[in-house]
Design a protein around this ligand. Structure first.
Ligand SMILES: Cc1cc2nc3c(=O)[nH]c(=O)nc-3n(C[C@H](O)[C@H](O)[C@H](O)COP(=O)(O)OP(=O)(O)OC[C@H]3O[C@@H](n4cnc5c(N)ncnc54)[C@H](O)[C@@H]3O)c2cc1C
Length: 387
């Protein structure tokens, strides 16, 4: 592996860095789990799009720069390194976007992708139902075909930020009497359609981070279906692969957290060194973040040669989610009693950011398919162990 950058890649890095230095919001944005913060993040995403930094790997006619995966890694390193705001339209841009590119019609691509890149449309994901989580094939929400429309009835749950979003994509049972992964269709539903009601669910941070979405005779045109009638499972598996693969959680995000952890340790060294395990924990997680970054470069090398990663994306998912958890647990230990301070506490300082991150890190082993399910996939598909 050649771990040096070409002059073109170095120039690209300098361009990203300069743009971020000139354009980063001066004040931190409010949490995107609030209406106010969500709209602030939408405005930031629109600004990224205006300068073609929103989706750097997308082609120029969709508002991107046609970058390759190495340039994307560089972009992410600069983006997180600069402490830029978290991206809020990832369900659309990183999951539905590639799905539309692979399975969408020309009309669907033209209709949805540019607005998605500009965050003019924000997307929510509608897989989970009260009795269909890990076992997604247990979906019961129905979409009955009537002429040129599907009529949807049922309920989704845990839909991230659906209360603020404009659209939802998800799987619905469209073939009456079908079971398991047969007879499902992948539909895109406007969340302002008559018959849709959305009820927020509070996350650990007390904010409306998820929602239940109810469908009561919601009419959706057939033109909003991705892929063939009844073939939604196949399309959804590709979307799930994008979620666990490289793009959703780039290594730069965790390298940035690891660097902040080292700074936290240095700033609190006197108290931290009373627990000899803490220094090791900081070191271990920093090495973990670097190892994840190196493995990402390795994967990118393989993808560039036309190889596919397939079930290996499950390993990625376990690595980044457990690493994130370990880093935030270590930060909590360093902060000691201060770890419990909320952002509203006058003396919270940087402690509140760590607490917020710690609470969110708890969900890493659950969303995008639980880590137990990822271990099943690794056991069965990579190691050939019996079911
Ligand atoms: C932060 C966050 C964001 C989310 N966002 C969305 C979203 O936008 N859209 C959406 O549709 N969903 C979303 N979800 C829901 C998420 O997809 C589900 O929570 C997840 O798929 C698990 O389903 P479940 O909660 O029903 O748990 P269950 O499937 O009931 O699992 C309960 C426990 O049993 C274990 N288990 C289940 N089956 C097996 C098995 N076969 N082998 C071993 N262990 C097993 C699981 O690992 C878990 O520990 C989100 C969840 C979180 C935490």
């Amino acid at each position: 592996m050649e771990l040096t950058y070409t002059p073109k890649q170095k120039a690209f890095r300098a361009e990203v860095r300069a743009w971020l230095a000139d354009n980063l919001p001066r004040e931190p944005l409010a949490s995107y789990d609030t209406r106010e913060g969500f709209e602030q993040h939408r405005a930031w995403e629109a600004k990224l799009f205006e300068s073609r930094w929103s989706m750097v790997m997308w082609p120029a006619d969709l508002g991107g720069r046609g970058c390759d995966l190495i340039e994307w890694l560089i972009f992410e390193e600069e983006y997180y390194g600069a402490g830029a705001p978290m991206r809020v339209n990832q369900n659309g841009q990183l999951l539905l976007g590639p799905t539309l590119m692979e399975f969408g019609t020309a009309e669907q691509k033209q209709r949805f992708l540019p607005r998605m890149a500009a965050s003019a449309d924000m997307w929510a994901q509608g897989w989970s139902e009260p009795n269909a989580g890990s076992d997604m094939a247990a979906i019961t929400s129905k979409a009955v075909l009537e002429g040129e429309h599907y009529v949807i009835n049922g309920q989704k749950t845990w839909s991230t930020r659906a209360i603020f979003a404009d659209w939802l994509f998800g799987l619905f049972r469209s073939e009456p009497g079908s079971a398991r992964h047969h007879g499902l269709s992948f539909l895109m539903v406007p969340l302002n359609a008559p018959g849709v009601s959305i009820r927020p669910i509070k996350a650990l941070n007390g904010k409306d981070a998820f929602a239940e979405v109810f469908f009561d005779d919601v009419r959706v045109p057939v033109a909003n279906r991705i892929g063939a009638e009844g073939q939604g499972w196949h399309v959804a598996m590709a979307t799930a692969g994008f979620e666990r693969g490289l793009l959703l959680r780039s290594p730069a995000r965790f390298q940035h957290t690891a660097r902040k952890l080292v700074e936290l340790y240095k700033a609190n060294r006197e108290s931290a060194d009373r627990d000899p395990g803490l220094r090791d924990a900081v070191l271990e997680t920093w090495m973990g973040a670097e190892a994840y970054a190196l493995s990402a470069y390795h994967t990118v090398g393989r993808l560039s040669r036309g190889e596919a990663i397939g079930a290996e994306s499950s390993i990625n998912k376990i690595i980044w989610s457990e690493l994130d958890l370990k880093m935030h647990e270590t930060a909590m230990r360093i902060l000691g009693a201060r770890a419990e301070l909320l952002g509203t506490a006058p003396v919270a300082g940087d402690a509140a950011g760590w607490l917020e991150g710690f609470l969110f890190a708890q969900s890493g082993p659950i969303y995008a398919g639980t880590n137990e399910i990822q271990r099943n996939i690794i056991a069965e598909r990579m190691l050939g162990l019996p079911k």
